[in-house]
Design a binder for this molecule. Structure first.
Ligand code: UGB
Length: 749
């Protein structure tokens, strides 16, 4: 969306009023067509003239030529006027644009006069006792939460021809982002906390993404998501602006048959539209009416954000936060915003707000107010002192609905033109006004509890945003690449590392470079949300004896539900893919898996036809794997060393029978020896009686029948289509500090 490197100018929509009212005489192009226009069309043309847009009629053919296109043009004007999400329609948009463009051209920064400081918030260490406490509290809240995916962005920086939610999260299972999100929320609904109801999911799409998002959902039968719980909300684009006078731009190029004289160039308005859409559709209000307590906003390609969701909800619930932003330790210059505590003092008052400062504004703001060095690392940590915003936001629903009712979801807008000249009078390409969803705290009063929850990046943030060339440059410069390959590597790492934290032995693959980006793609562990949603579920249900689990650095472990798995003891070198039907629990015990596993094979950027592989620079070659499908409703079953699934009861009975048979054999032997001893006739008689008794008790050994055969080896290679928690006291202080800060915040306007 916003490119870094330039300053931007913004304003609060609610305080900007329309000022442009100059009426212009009709230009010749319009005058000669006036008679063919309806009254409504004439009104729209007048609106354009009053807004200083007479140039849009330049070059119009005389009446009788291309008339249909003229009507289509005015229909586009009407749409832009009606769908501008904030009050005042197109005229207000142009007015606001003129004001913001003038400020930008004269170097005014909306943050002038504000001084940033590092805010206080909850900083969590995954796996720690305190973390588990937050997570336990938050798990209870998951079932009372509505979810909103913002997926209207085309991802121009990524350069992918499809929609981003259709990208695979990793190539081992090829689960797409959309599928992952649906699976996670379906699993939430299936849990006790979800009260058996799948949470509502709203997806914000745009003209760029609507049709393909719908097609993806329909082609996959909505991934099993109940349609009544899923809503697509479409954000509309706004007019592109060609110069500092906010003259609306015509498209530079158009589709075949479209006459560019009769069209307006349009651009996305930013993810901030999500608030006005949730207001206008009435969804937020409906969710509140259904008794839901929270709403979570998340982005299109960051599946990791769900790992920490329960813990962050726990923070919101325990600290009573109205707004809670998920954050990570930020690498200086990383293209993510920074959560700051901004203060603005005048003679009359001091205003304070805890809010995101976007990455392109942070450096100039710091230079102007804190230090000429700008956005640099704290030498003690190697990170920026300001937590990095990952735009996963948790809002308390009732106050959110109240705010929407008051503001209609209107966010402050900003403009970020790229100038072609030093005088800042010519744009490299048309710009537009935008708004951001994380600016929401700016419309809240001083009493609002606004905070953040910081977790390590490996645990909560690895989006796919950059094409390979840009990602390689970022990696060289020391910032996370944000590529398809790093997204995949981190998707494996988040599970592998949590297993390590529990005490499993999990190797790490050596780092290798693909398409110029260094990644370590192993161990490749994928645990489906249907099996476990978070750390404590993995620890308490799956890996209860972690010291008996060992997974090689190049190995692959996939666990898929909807059933359950207990990994009691496992040695894995190669690939194990275990899928469990509902109503079945598979016990992995004394299992040693050694096969060729999945190999990573580089692909040529020039020759590889598959875009998804090309953007990674490698493919997966499945050279060997143990693939097991345990049937549904089988109760507790054991995955045997032979790779077979056998009812646990049968195995237990067989083991009991075997030990009884052993006892009988021993007794028989003893009896025979005793009988042979002529000198001990009495003892022999006694032993024989004992043996007879044991024989009567022993059950004959029954052959154990497997329920499912596994596919042990795939031989044909298959292409893969800021308070660290140091101790208990420190943790407690962390709560207190966070809480104190909220309570002590001075009033702000
Ligand atoms: N999006 C929309 O739905 N509609 C739009 O009009 C635009 C975007 P970008 P950006 O976490 O990495 C944001 O473009 O804007 C969706 C934060 O501002 O990927 O560069 C889009 O589909 C920044 O503070 O992100 O930066 C996607 O899902 C930082 O947190 C989402 O909005 C950064 O994200 C984000 O759009 C980050």
């Amino acid at each position: 969306m916003s490119d870094s490197g330039t300053s931007s100018t913004s304003a609060d929509a609610s305080t900007t009023t329309a000022t442009t009212t100059t009426t212009t005489a009709r230009p010749a192009g319009l005058e000669s067509n006036w008679g063919i226009l309806s009254t409504e069309e004439q009104a729209l043309a007048d609106l354009l003239l009053k807004a200083g847009q007479a140039h849009l009629f330049d070059g119009w053919d005389a009446a009788g030529t291309n008339d249909a296109q003229k009507h289509a043009f005015l229909a586009q004007v009407q749409k832009l006027h009606e769908t501008y999400p904030f009050p005042g329609g197109l005229a207000a948009y142009v007015d606001r644009a003129k004001a913001l463009l003038t400020e930008s051209a004269t170097g005014v920064n909306s943050l002038d006069g504000w001084t940033p400081a590092v805010p206080e918030g909850a900083i969590l260490e995954p796996g720690s006792d305190k973390y588990c406490e937050w997570e336990a509290a938050g798990k209870e809240e998951l079932g009372a939460t509505a979810f909103v995916l913002v997926a209207g962005g085309l991802g121009e920086r990524l350069g992918f021809s499809g929609i981003k939610v259709a990208l695979p999260t990793e190539m081992t299972t090829e689960t797409t982002y959309m599928e992952f999100y649906c699976k996670y929320l379906l699993a939430v609904g299936a849990k006790k906390g979800g009260k058996g109801k799948v949470p509502p999911l709203a997806i914000m799409v745009s003209d760029d993404t609507h049709d393909r998002t719908l097609a993806l959902l329909e082609s996959k039968n909505y991934f099993g998501y109940p349609k009544e719980q899923l809503t697509l909300m479409k954000q509309e684009k706004v007019a592109a602006l060609a110069d500092n006078d906010a003259r609306i731009a015509r498209p530079a190029e158009g589709e075949e048959g479209v006459n560019l004289r009769y069209a307006i160039d349009c651009k996305p308005h930013g993810h901030g539209d999500v608030h006005s859409l949730l207001h206008r559709t009435g969804l937020a209000k409906r969710w509140e009416g259904e008794g839901l307590k929270w709403v979570v906003f998340f982005q299109d390609t960051n599946a990791l954000a769900f790992m920490s969701l329960a813990a962050a909800l726990g923070v919101s619930q325990k600290l009573g936060l109205e707004v809670n932003s998920l954050a990570i330790p930020r690498v200086p210059k990383q293209a993510i915003g920074a959560i700051t505590r901004l203060t603005h003092t005048t003679e009359k008052e001091t205003k304070v707000m805890i809010v995101n400062v976007e990455y392109n504004q942070l450096d100039p703001l710091l230079r102007a107010s804190v230090s000429p060095e700008g956005d640099i690392a704290d030498p003690a940590t190697g990170h920026s002192p300001y937590p990095g915003n990952i735009n996963q936001l948790i809002f308390a629903l009732p106050p959110y609905v109240a705010t929407l009712t008051k503001t209609h979801g209107v966010m402050g807008e900003f403009v970020n033109p790229k100038y072609a000249d030093a005088a800042r009078s010519i744009f490299k390409k048309p710009t537009r006004l935008e708004c951001m969803m994380q600016d929401y705290p700016k419309v809240l009063g001083p009493e609002a509890m606004v905070g953040f929850t910081s977790l390590p990046a490996w645990f909560s943030f690895s989006p796919v945003k950059n094409n390979a060339a840009d990602a390689a440059k970022a990696a060289q410069g020391g910032t996370p690449p944000g590529s398809a390959s790093s997204g995949e590597a981190d998707q494996y790492y988040v599970f592998a590392e949590q297993l390590r934290l529990m005490g499993c032995k999990v190797g790490k693959a050596a780092e290798a470079t693909y398409a110029g980006i260094p990644v370590s793609l192993g161990a490749r562990v994928v645990i489906d949300p249907s099996i476990a949603l978070n750390f404590s579920e993995m620890k308490e249900k799956i890996f209860k004896t972690p010291e008996k689990v060992s997974i090689g650095g190049e190995a692959t472990l996939v666990l898929q539900g909807p059933g359950e798995v207990e990994v009691q003891s496992l040695e894995l070198e190669g690939a194990l893919v275990l899928s469990v039907g509902g109503g079945t629990t598979v016990i992995v015990k004394d299992l040693v898996v050694k096969n060729k596993g999945h190999a990573i094979v580089p692909v040529s950027e020039k020759e590889e036809p598959d875009e998804v592989l090309r953007m990674r620079g490698y493919r997966l070659e499945k050279q060997g794997e143990l693939r097991v499908q345990a049937p549904a409703n089988a109760g507790r079953v054991v995955l045997t060393a032979e790779g077979q699934v056998v009812p646990e009861a049968d195995l237990l009975a067989a083991a009991a029978a075997a030990s009884a048979a052993e006892a009988k054999a021993a007794a028989d032997k003893a009896a025979a020896e005793v009988a042979a001893a002529t000198a001990a006739a009495t003892a022999a008689a006694t032993a024989a009686a004992t043996a007879a008794k044991a024989a009567a008790a022993a059950t004959p050994v029954k052959p154990v029948k497997p329920l499912a055969a596994s596919a042990p080896v795939v031989s044909a290679p298959t292409q893969g289509a800021v308070v660290e928690e140091e101790d208990e006291a420190a943790n407690d202080n962390c709560f207190l500090r966070a809480f104190d800060c909220f309570k002590k915040r001075p009033a702000r306007g």
